[in-house]
Design a protein around this ligand. Structure first.
Ligand code: GUN
Ligand code: FE
Length: 421
């Protein structure tokens, strides 16, 4: 049995979308890696347990990045004047082809893992590349860092240069082998990762659908991101009524296995109805949507519709790994959408953005992203003393300033009750 201990500080979390719970100077008790409760005073039964006392600092649930490309981290912030398809061709594909070299992969994934460890993100759904050995290196590094992430070996068997393309058979065989080799990690789990429909033939998608049913693994991909991409998919799959159907007909669109689709900027009513019915998660990646000129996803509307929504950095379509930055980008984008596109729904609020970055995305991992009893104890401790004001701020105001102004790096971090630093 793991030890029982408590964190003490100013606790903030969102039990429901838009609802900010505040517990000043309180104890967050952890038992067996899970939240046991929040207490203003330690109850009798917990007297004498170790307490990590963070004084006046802020303590939030660890943040969840529902969509990030580890293989693109090293060149984030480059090629940002291009639209999606050109950016993939000129930037992403040449860079990802380098991961055939294991020494390169070890170096690049080492940098990514160090940065993710330092950040306020405790869990993530991560794209590697199509290279199985390099993907295993990334999983090994994340596992050693204690970060409970999903990682995907990417599948691609069409529409990319020879140096970054598998045959259909190779792609399926390598994926099977990789799934068999991924069982020994403690914290990291594999997830199927067909890159997007333009990269995957129908035959590959059908084969991945069969693998999912055999192994029962989660799945991630891209959906309805950019107008040129969507038009291309309608040409590649003329017998589908909408983009999501190209996943669904392979059995890869939610239902039994957790599924997360990045972007969904342009999802129409039928696609959204199917996502809701099948419990497909939406990874909202606002900065990437601006950088590669994809558009403004109607996230406020999705939340009102009851869709499952979390936030993604989408590095390197997004240049920043910080989920605090993703929160402000999401809010700011939603304000532009409200002013310029759709006056029926309002803008996102800070508690809504925090919810998406914690409990919203955390639900993909189970009971994650909240300080309610029974949730995994993922927490980050933030020191805002370097953001002084001329008047005292409430806790909610301090949270807002940390999100908008800080570099977002925590001074302590816990995942499933384990202290990472
Ligand atoms: N669609 C297919 N691949 C990618 C990628 O690497 N980044 C983004 N943003 N969209 C994609
Ligand atoms: Fe992406």
């Amino acid at each position: 049995m793991k030890e029982t201990f408590a964190l003490k500080g100013n606790l903030l979390y969102t039990p429901a979308c838009g609802q900010l719970e505040q517990h000043p100077q309180s104890y967050l008790v952890c038992e067996n890696g899970q939240v046991a409760g929040i207490f203003a005073q330690l109850p009798e039964r917990y007297q004498g347990i170790p307490v990590d006392d963070y004084g006046d600092k802020l303590i939030l649930p660890g943040l969840v990045d529902l969509h990030v490309h580890a293989s693109q981290y090293a060149y984030r912030g480059l090629g940002m004047d291009m639209e999606l398809l050109e950016w993939l061709e000129c930037n992403a594909f040449p860079e990802e082809s380098k991961f055939a070299d294991l020494a390169y992969a070890r170096q690049a994934y080492g940098i990514f893992t160090d940065e993710l460890t330092r950040s306020a993100t405790t869990r993530a759904c991560i794209f590697a590349t199509l290279h199985r050995p390099a993907t295993l290196v990334l999983m090994e590094l994340l596992d050693r860092a204690g970060l409970p992430c999903f990682v995907g070996k990417v599948n691609m068997d069409r529409n990319s240069p020879d140096i970054l393309r598998e045959t259909t058979e190779q792609s399926l065989e390598e994926t099977r082998l990789w799934l068999e080799q991924s069982g020994d990690f403690t914290h990291v789990r594999p997830m199927l990762t067909p890159r997007f429909i333009p990269s995957c033939t129908d035959e590959l998608m059908d084969g991945l659908g069969r693998l999912q049913r055999e192994f029962g693994v989660a799945m991630q991909s891209h959906l309805s991101e950019n107008l040129s991409e969507i038009q291309w998919v309608s040409q590649l799959c003329p017998d589908t009524a909408f983009y999501g159907q190209a996943y669904e007909r392979a059995g890869l669109f939610g239902g039994a296995c957790p599924t997360v689709m990045a972007h969904c900027v342009w999802s129409g009513e039928a696609e959204r109805a199917l996502m809701k019915e099948n419990g497909v998660f939406i990874a909202h990646c606002p900065q990437s949507n601006m950088n590669v000129s994809s558009g403004i996803a109607p996230i406020k509307r999705y939340l009102l519709e009851g869709q499952k929504v979390g936030l993604g950095s989408d590095v390197a379509g997004g240049a920043h790994l910080s989920l605090f930055r993703a929160m402000t980008d999401a809010i700011q984008c939603s304000k532009l959408r409200w002013r310029l596109v759709d006056q029926q729904t309002g803008a996102l609020t800070l508690p809504e953005a925090l919810y998406m970055a914690t409990k919203g995305g955390g639900a993909f991992f189970g009971k994650v992203g909240s300080f309610e009893p029974g949730y995994a104890l993922d927490a980050v401790v933030l020191d805002d003393s370097a953001l002084p004001t001329t008047r005292p701020c409430t806790l909610a105001e301090r949270l807002e300033r940390v999100v908008y102004l800080s570099d977002g790096l925590p001074c302590a971090k816990y995942a499933a009750g384990r202290r990472l630093f």
